[in-house]
Write a protein that binds this ligand. Structure first.
Ligand SMILES: Nc1nc2c(ncn2[C@@H]2O[C@H](COP(=O)(O)OP(=O)(O)OP(=O)(O)O)[C@@H](O)[C@H]2O)c(=O)[nH]1
Ligand SMILES: [Mg+2]
Length: 442
C-alpha cells in the first residue's frame, strides 16, 4: 500500500508539503506529471496535473527519494506546492485516484521508518517529541534522544547482560565442562553493577518526563483569593472567569506556559471552603487531588483569609509557595499566615509578581539541574527499567546451582525489558500506543 498525506500544517501557507511513500510512488509521479522522473534527491520544478481532468493544478518542486535511501526506507516523493486549500485538495484528490494509494494514518511514515529499521523506537518517539516541543528545553531534550544518547546507554546495559547470559547458558549446556572457577562470582559482580547503574538512572526525579510533559504547578487557595486572576495574568489572556462571587471556579482550568524556556502546565482550581453545593464539593475534591499530583503548589490567600489551618493539613507544604494577594487592600498586621513567610503580591497593581516568578523559577531550576544526564523521557521507559531491575534482583537472589535454569530465565526477562525500550524484540503491541500520538503526515 502506498500512503500519502499533507505533512506541513493545515491551513493557508506559503508552501505546503505533501509526502508519498510506498511501492506505487513511481506511478504517482507518472500520473500527475508529464511522466519523467526527477533526478533523485534534487529539487525539480514540475507542472502537476489532475489525474482525471488533466488540468494544471500548480507548479511545484518535487523531490524524489528512491528507496531505500529515504525517511521510510520505501520509495518516497515530496511535493512542495503553493499552500492553498484548493491546490492541496486537488493534489490529494488526484493521488487518491491512483491504485493502492490511501491517506496515511497518524505517525505512519515514522512507523514505516521504524519497521524498515531506519530508526529505533527511541528515535521514533523523540521525533514525535521534537514536533510537539514548545520550549527550548523540550527541543534540546528531543534532539539529545534523537542523536542516540539514551539508546547507547540502554544498548550498553543490554549487551552487558547478554554477555552474562551467554556465560550462564554455557554453564547450563555443558555442566561438566570446567569453566574458570571465578565465573559465577564475576557474573554476580557484573549483574550487580548493571543493576546499580539502572537504579541510579531511575533516581532522576523524573526530570525527563517533566520536561516532556511540562512542570505541573497548581494554584490552590480559599475562594475569592484571586487564583483565576493569577492564572489569567500568567497566560496573558482571559482563560478563567474572574468574579467577586466566591466559588466561581469549579472545574480545573489548565494552561501551557513557557516560563523562561521551562515548560509549565499551570492549573487554576476551585476555591477551598466549606460548601454544601454538590458541584462545588466535587470541584474542591479535584483541587486537592491536583495539589497532590502537582510538582509545585502556589498557595494563594488574601489578607482577610483567617480559616486556613484545616486546609493546610491536606497539603504537602514542602512543595508549596505561600502567597498573599490583594496587598493593595492593606495587610492585617497580626495575620497568622506571616509565619509561613509568604510573598505579598497584588495582581491588581502588579506588585511583587516578579518576586513570585523568581521563586517559581528557582524551584524549576532546582528540579532541572540534571537535564543533560537524563535518559528517561517517558513512563514507558521507566516501567521497563523497573521491570529490568526487578528481574535482576530475582536473578541475583538465586545462589543455588540447581536454580541455573530459572536464573537464566530471570536474566532473559531483564534483557527483554531493555530491548523493549529501544524496540528490539516483538513490539507490535506497543507500536500503536506510540505512533497514535503523532500527527498525520509524520
Ligand atoms: N483588590 C484586589 N482585588 C483582586 C486582586 N486580585 C483579584 N482580585 C479580585 O478578587 C475577586 C476574586 O478573584 P478571582 O480571581 O475570581 O478569585 P478566585 O480565587 O479564582 O475565586 P474562586 O474561583 O471563587 O475560588 C475578583 O473580584 C478579582 O477582581 C488584587 O490584587 N487586588
Ligand atoms: Mg476562580
Amino acid at each position: 500500500m502506498t500512503i500519502y498525506a499533507l505533512s506541513s500544517g493545515p491551513g493557508i501557507s506559503g508552501v505546503a508539503v505533501i509526502r508519498i511513500s510506498g511501492a506505487n510512488t513511481k506511478n504517482v509521479i507518472k500520473a500527475i506529471t508529464n511522466g519523467t522522473y526527477p533526478k533523485p534527491r534534487v529539487a525539480t520544478l514540475k507542472k502537476i496535473i489532475h489525474k482525471k481532468t488533466k488540468e494544471l493544478i500548480d507548479e511545484c518542486i518535487l523531490i524524489w527519494f528512491p528507496g531505500p535511501n529515504s525517511y521510510t526506507g520505501e520509495d518516497m516523493l515530496e511535493i512542495h506546492a503553493h499552500g492553498s486549500r484548493a491546490v492541496i485538495k486537488s493534489i490529494l484528490e488526484s493521488i487518491s485516484e491512483i491504485d493502492n494509494c490511501r491517506l496515511a494514518e497518524a505517525g505512519e511514515f515514522t512507523k514505516i521508518a521504524f519497521q524498515n529499521d531506519k530508526i529505533n523506537l527511541l528515535k521514533a518517539e523523540s521525533i514525535g517529541d521534537l514536533i510537539a516541543s514548545e520550549t527550548e528545553i523540550q527541543r534540546k531534550q528531543a534532539l539529545r534522544i534523537m542523536s542516540g544518547k539514551s539508546s547507547e546507554k540502554f544498548n550498553y546495559w543490554r549487551e552487558a547482560l547478554k554477555k552474562i547470559l551467554s556465560k550462564l547458558e554455557a554453564k547450563i549446556d555443558f555442566p561438566d565442562e570446567d569453566l574458570p572457577s571465578n565465573i559465577l562470582e564475576n557474573i554476580k559482580i557484573s549483574s550487580e553493577k548493571v543493576k546499580q547503574e539502572i537504579k541510579t538512572t531511575l533516581e532522576d526525579s523524573k526530570v525527563g518526563e517533566k520536561i516532556r510533559e511540562g512542570f505541573k504547578i497548581a494554584i490552590i487557595g480559599p475562594s475569592n483569593a484571586g487564583k483565576s486572576s493569577l492564572l489569567n495574568y500568567f497566560s496573558k489572556r482571559e482563560v478563567a472567569i474572574v468574579s467577586e462571587i466566591a466559588g466561581t471556579t469549579r472545574d480545573i482550568i489548565e494552561v501551557h506556559i513557557n516560563m523562561d524556556g521551562f515548560p509549565v502546565v499551570m492549573s487554576d482550581t476551585a476555591g477551598i471552603r466549606k460548601s454544601e453545593d454538590e458541584i462545588e464539593k466535587k470541584g474542591i475534591k479535584l483541587a486537592l487531588k491536583r495539589a497532590e499530583d502537582a510538582d509545585l503548589n502556589i498557595l494563594l490567600f488574601e489578607p482577610k483569609t483567617v480559616d486556613f489551618i484545616d486546609f493546610l493539613k491536606d497539603l504537602d507544604l514542602k512543595k508549596s509557595i505561600f502567597v498573599i494577594n490583594k496587598l493593595d487592600l492593606g495587610l492585617n498586621k497580626t495575620n497568622e499566615l506571616e509565619k509561613y513567610n509568604p510573598i505579598l503580591i497584588s495582581i491588581k497593581d502588579e506588585t511583587n509578581i516578579d518576586k513570585l516568578i523568581n521563586q517559581i523559577k528557582k524551584n524549576l531550576k532546582n528540579k532541572f539541574v540534571s537535564v543533560e544526564d537524563t535518559i528517561i523521557t517517558r513512563e514507558r521507559h521507566r516501567q521497563h527499567l523497573m521491570q529490568c531491575v526487578y528481574h535482576l534482583d530475582e536473578f541475583i537472589k538465586k545462589e543455588n546451582e540447581n536454580d541455573f535454569d530459572k536464573a537464566a530465565e530471570d536474566l532473559r526477562l531483564a534483557v527483554r525489558h531493555l530491548g523493549m525500550i529501544v524496540g528490539i524484540v516483538d513490539v507490535e503491541e506497543i507500536l500503536g500506543s506510540i505512533f497514535n500520538d503523532f500527527c498525520i503526515g509524520k
